[in-house]
Write a protein that binds this ligand. Structure first.
Ligand code: 26Q
Length: 821
């Protein structure tokens, strides 16, 4: 490799110097954490040279940039991936070995920055990495939460949330950039006055302000000297001397302003696919959006004078509706600060902004009460009212006399501001995140909008970065792939296709399965250490890791485990291939049914794992605190990838792609991107079950599904459900799991029983699970299937996804950064 930047002796000396300068210690005295900090500093220096070179190139070439706005960036650890992308991983590993350190152990010293919940946040992180690797200029814009997603502890089988103080030892891969501070204003009122030209001006007064101070985190491209920035905004109170309210004796306001800043960025909301309409959340949204839009406009004005051409240099992508207030903020700046006319400002805004939808779950559609919105953001609200007024005229023009359409589509209706409607009206593009999802948006959820703006709708099937989820997470497999087909796959994943010719090659099969076995040993060791459970590395590793949500149906999985356990107890002589069911999931702190499902999984694990009579045929493991770093190891070690959401509910899924890349076989429904995975790998290399999305939608519309009939007619299902309420898994409190039982059988006030069709799909799930077992007994057949999954996973790189965003929406040009001297 061409790495003079990591020349071994020099690098070792630098680590020694860093330890000395940072901690006044010698290497021998330094802790692992201190060595991690010292190594990271050394790596950061190299990155900064490339960062400067990238900046220079951008100044010279003046390319168009995308601002990817997201409330969440689930970056995962930086050190290892930065080394990989600097093509210095091996060199640094060797250098560290020479001075007695293990890079893997050093990497474990880094906290996982968990500034995201799950899929949406991790997608943003993969996108940033692909943008840099492909050489596209981009800023990620988000919030520097003091506390990321909670750490999960399991106590007595229950989830307990512990604060995630990720900044406590200092985070080496960030840079405070106070020179890019902006003011963000909240509250107050709007006064209008006519100026001499006769134009009405709107003046915002009596507001509170917060200073938005950015911390830039480098996002290193693979082997191309390109470094983009993730701008993570911190909030600081306005300094006292600027606070004239304080001089006027308004002590209360001064304290309020200080508290506002402190609370704003305190913590990430731990909800995933579920809205909590909290005022503070709206404050967070406007805070980072306003700062980001101001920065984008300021940067543009540094090099250009004509704001009408903003869309030639700036694209703003809204990661779901959470940053949608950006469209109104851009309008505000153009109208109030740049004195533009409405139509000019509107043309610029709509050409600049684009919206990605990540869900059709109705409880995740963002709406804000007018009362909160107008009080917190009075001027922005006025602008949204005007957008709405004009939009309603357009609706009436498109659907004359159809008041129902206005009702359904208006941005402000029934006392609420509907963020998705605003995003669709004010953007040039609306995209779903998998083909099926986009079709459902067009034909069902957003059908009226599709009729009105067919040209805006497009699909961008999600992807993942192979640099993290194969190269870094599964080094043995990465090596093996290199041996067979070279390493072009690192930047062009479609090359994996070349592995297909080895699928029948016995030697290749053995090597492939042996690597899987080594990875299973690594995970088994982790589980032994963290859970105190011994698992059989020769068993089938059957894995479901993702956020806990009813629609994802972890409950279906664990009910099926209970069913298998009953079968084995009834027929001890029955042939049964040993299986380890592995779960990992965090539940939103206030999501009662989700938390109870975690308890059920742990209770079932307790009973089954300690029942010597079944001879270890089944083990159940709940991995505590599922997060990006352990995820990488889990994908590498999995045989079966559980993707079992109720069809139509999972917009895409991205975990499904990470498993596939690592040679795990999908067991899933025809939902989200599973559909496209099956298309790529072939039906014979996946295990598909359950209702189709159309069947689900039909039942939902007809409201004709009755789970009680299944309960009454299927004795195995009945037995399992009775075990939820007879104390079999909750000896001391037989009623503990009653809410789960009720969720499946009792019609609730607002919901139907078994909203997610668990009983309806149970038989089909059990049947496909028994086919998995049969298939696994055929060692060669399974090896072939697993290998073909890796071979056909090329489509699911985020490089492909990003290229499609660039081609269809952003229209960026690549830049080429020369190696810094
Ligand atoms: C909104 C308001 C208040 C509090 C929280 C939220 C909130 C936060 C996070 C709402 C939704 C989310 C996250 C959604 C999410 O992760 N969606 C997933 O996005 C993935 C990437 O596109 C898809 O693969 C998944 O299918 C989808 O569920």
């Amino acid at each position: 490799m061409q790495n003079q930047m990591f020349e071994k002796e020099k690098f070792i000396q630098e680590i020694k110097d860093n330890v000395k300068n940072l901690y006044r210690k010698t290497l021998e005295e330094a802790s692992q954490q201190e060595v991690y900090q010292a190594v990271s500093q050394a790596v950061k220096e190299v990155i900064i040279d490339q960062w400067l070179a990238t900046q220079k190139t951008m100044e010279k070439e003046d390319p168009k940039m995308v601002y990817y706005m997201s409330m969440e960036f689930l970056m995962g650890r930086a050190l290892g991936n930065n080394l990989i992308n600097l093509t210095a991983y091996k060199e640094v590993k060797e250098a560290l070995e020479e001075i007695g350190f293990d890079l893997n152990v050093i990497e474990d010293e880094e906290p996982d920055p968990a500034l995201g919940n799950g899929g949406l946040g991790r997608l943003a992180a993969c996108f940033m990495e692909s943008l840099s690797t492909l050489g596209y200029p981009a800023y990620g814009c988000g919030i520097r939460y003091r506390y990321g997603l909670f750490r999960q502890k399991i106590e007595n089988g229950f989830q307990v949330e512990v604060p995630d103080n990720w900044l406590k030892d200092g985070y080496p891969f960030e840079m405070r950039r106070p020179e890019h501070t902006f003011q963000v204003k909240f509250g107050g009122y709007v006064r209008s006055e006519g100026d001499p030209s006769g134009k009405t001006r709107f003046i915002h007064e009596g507001y509170q302000t917060v200073r938005a101070v950015p911390y830039d985190m480098p996002v290193v491209g693979y082997n191309n000297n390109m470094v983009n920035a993730l701008i993570a905004w911190d909030a600081e109170p306005e300094e006292y001397f600027e606070l004239d309210a304080f001089d006027k004796g308004d002590y209360k306001k001064a304290v309020e302003q200080e508290n506002l800043a402190k609370n704003l960025v305190e913590v990430l909301y731990p909800n995933d696919n579920h809205i909590q309409g909290k005022e503070l959340r709206l404050k967070q949204q406007y805070f980072f959006v306003s700062a980001s839009v101001q920065r984008a406009v300021a940067r543009y004005k540094k090099y250009h004078t004509d704001l009408h051409k903003l869309p030639d240099k700036v694209a703003i992508q809204l990661n779901d509706t959470h940053p949608t207030v950006a469209v109104a903020e851009l309008m505000r700046i153009l109208l109030d600060e740049e004195n533009m006319e409405w139509d000019e400002a509107w043309t610029i805004t709509t050409r600049t902004c684009a919206y990605t939808n990540h869900t059709i779950m109705s409880e995740a559609l963002e709406k804000w009460p007018i009362e909160i919105f107008s009080r917190l953001l009075p001027r922005v609200y006025q602008i949204i009212e005007e957008i709405n007024r004009r939009f309603i005229l357009d609706i009436e023009k498109k659907f004359p006399g159809d008041y129902n359409k206005v009702k359904k589509m208006a941005i402000i209706f029934d006392g609420q501001v509907k963020m998705a409607h605003l995003a669709i009206a004010a953007g040039c593009s609306v995209n779903g995140v998998a083909r099926l999802h986009t079709e459902i948006l067009k034909n069902q959820e957003l059908h009226e909008f599709y009729q009105m703006f067919p040209e805006k709708f497009n699909n961008k099937t999600n992807g993942i970065t192979q640099r993290r989820f194969l190269y870094h997470g599964n080094p043995l497999l990465a090596e093996w792939v290199n041996k067979y087909i070279g390493n072009d796959w690192v930047t062009n994943l479609s090359h994996l296709e070349k592995l297909a010719v080895y699928a029948d090659d016995e030697k290749a099969q053995q090597e492939f399965m042996n690597i899987k076995y080594q990875n299973k040993l690594r995970l088994a060791e982790y589980i032994r250490k963290h859970n105190g459970i011994e698992i059989n590395p020769r068993s089938i590793f059957d894995v479901q890791v993702k956020r806990l949500h009813e629609y994802k149906r972890q409950l279906l999985n664990i009910l099926h485990v209970m069913y298998l356990y009953n079968k084995i107890k009834e027929h001890p002589e029955m042939e049964f291939y040993p299986r380890t069911f592995i779960f990992g999931a965090k539940a939103a702190a206030g999501y009662r049914i989700a938390k109870l499902t975690i308890k059920l999984i742990n209770s079932v694990a307790d009973v089954i794992n300690n029942d010597a009579s079944i001879g270890g045929k089944i083990k159940v493991v709940f991995i505590e605190d599922y997060k990006v770093s352990i995820a990488e190891q889990i994908f590498a070690a999995s045989d079966v990838s559980e993707q079992i959401s109720t069809a139509s509910k999972e917009a895409s899924g991205t975990g499904n792609m990470k498993f596939m890349l690592n040679g795990a076989v999908t067991l899933g429904t025809m939902d989200g991107a599973n559909v496209e995975i099956v298309e790529e790998v072939g039906e014979e290399n996946a295990f598909i079950f359950g209702m189709s999305s159309q069947e689900v939608i039909d039942h939902e519309q007809k409201r004709d599904y009755d789970p009680m009939q299944i309960f009454n007619n299927d004795q195995d299902i009945r037995q399992v459900l009775m075990q939820l309420i007879n104390g079999m898994y909750s000896r001391n409190d037989p009623e503990l799991f009653r809410p789960l039982y009720n969720s499946l059988l009792n019609t609730q006030d607002t919901q139907y029983a078994d909203t997610y069709f668990i009983l309806k799909d149970f038989r089909s799930y059990a049947e496909v699970q028994s086919r998995v077992e049969k298939a696994y007994r055929d060692e060669k057949g399974w090896a072939k299937m697993a290998m073909l999954n890796t071979a056909h996973s090329g489509k699911f790189t985020s490089d492909r996804t990003i290229q499609q965003y660039v081609d269809d929406i952003w229209h960026l040009d690549k830049i080429k950064v020369e190696t810094p001297k």
